[in-house]
Design a protein. Structure first.
Length: 136
């Protein structure tokens, strides 16, 4: 399912012409994962880690996410596509507003969470450019 949930509905529509094409892509991805020795439990543990991560739980913040973000002094950039089904854009914007001097970047892409991959090479190049400019 990661094949679908990491993309936006518009990206799925642009990639696949029919439900049969989606099914075929899922079969190919499944076969590839099996050949690579993929362990499905890996996704479960990644999901738990992802859902449980909160900088507010860092030592000294007692669950206060806003205080943890406000304590960040490093130069910070948060980049999002217009729609990310894993990371809500609103959460990224909110976090960027809590971090002093944080640069919030919106990268145009209908690929959603997959924007930084070969799913959308134009967006991936733009993201890489923005990161390079930020680091320089």
């Amino acid at each position: 399912m990661q094949l679908l949930c990491s993309r936006t509905p518009a990206h799925v529509d642009s990639e696949f012409g029919s439900p049969a094409e989606v099914q075929q892509a899922l079969k190919l991805r499944t076969r590839s994962w099996i050949e690579q020795g993929f362990d499905p439990l890996d996704w479960i543990y990644q999901s738990w880690a992802y859902d449980g991560h909160d900088v507010g739980n860092s030592p000294g913040f007692q669950g206060d996410t806003m205080a943890a973000l406000k304590s960040i002094r490093a130069r910070t950039m948060i980049a999002t596509p217009p729609l990310d089904l894993y990371n809500p854009v609103e959460a990224g914007r909110w976090a960027s507003e809590q971090i002093e001097g944080c640069e919030f970047v919106r990268i145009e892409s209908c690929a959603g969470h997959s924007m930084a991959t070969a799913s959308d090479p134009v967006a991936a190049r733009e993201l890489n450019r923005r990161i390079r400019d930020f680091v320089d």
